[in-house]
Design a protein around this ligand. Sequence first.
Ligand SMILES: Nc1ncnc2c1ncn2[C@@H]1O[C@H](COP(=O)(O)OP(=O)(O)OP(=O)(O)O)[C@@H](O)[C@H]1O
Ligand SMILES: [Mg+2]
Length: 214
Amino acid sequence: MLELRDIHHRWDQRPLLDGVSLRVDAGRTVALLGASGSGKSTLLKIAAGIETPERGSVWFDGADLTRTPPHRRGFALMFQDFALFPHLDVQDNVAFGLVEQGVPRREARERARALLERFGLGAHARSRVAHLSGGEQQRVALARALITQPRALLLDEPFSALDAALREQLRAEFRERIAEAGMAAILVTHDEAEARAMAQQGWALEGGRLVPRW
Ligand SMILES: Nc1ncnc2c1ncn2[C@@H]1O[C@H](COP(=O)(O)OP(=O)(O)OP(=O)(O)O)[C@@H](O)[C@H]1O
Ligand SMILES: [Mg+2]
């Protein structure tokens, strides 16, 4: 279980997160809604360890991870701007996390290609990421997040650049894998229909606090 406990965080002296607590069980998805600038991405970055909260703590299965660096948490974060590695081709972007985990490069690339195939990007495995469209880059970022089988999956507007058919396909793929692999997932989205399709529980971030939606 992923747990955020009483997170406080300020930006420019302004309280952004004002006592946020959230629990996500293994295999479940919690949706995070809220206006632009309300702090959703900041909260995900705090969960991932990319930002340190001024106060409060981050836990997973009873262990305090607040001071654990991001790469040691076993979480995957998919950023709103994708944050792909521009110097690597598509398959190496996706294989990166596996190689980091010690998987031999050849096997990592094979697994990356298999996942890219499922995401409709088989033909682009050797392309430079800069040459892909926005929606294609988003799928590369999704594959990169999923391939390491993280214990927590933190997704920031993951399907926003996709057409309706692809979005539906990838939602289904993620729902299945989250449940099967028992990942704890947080989904940030502006799309309430998408949030309800993916998440068993929804919250809105308003004035630095979480308000239950369903
Ligand atoms: N590292 C940072 N650099 C610049 N601004 C930041 C940073 N962290 C937080 N902020 C500010 O904090 C506020 C919340 O930002 P955040 O990105 O968390 O919002 P958000 O809810 O994800 O918005 P959106 O829906 O537009 O993605 C914004 O006003 C933003 O300018
Ligand atoms: Mg954001």
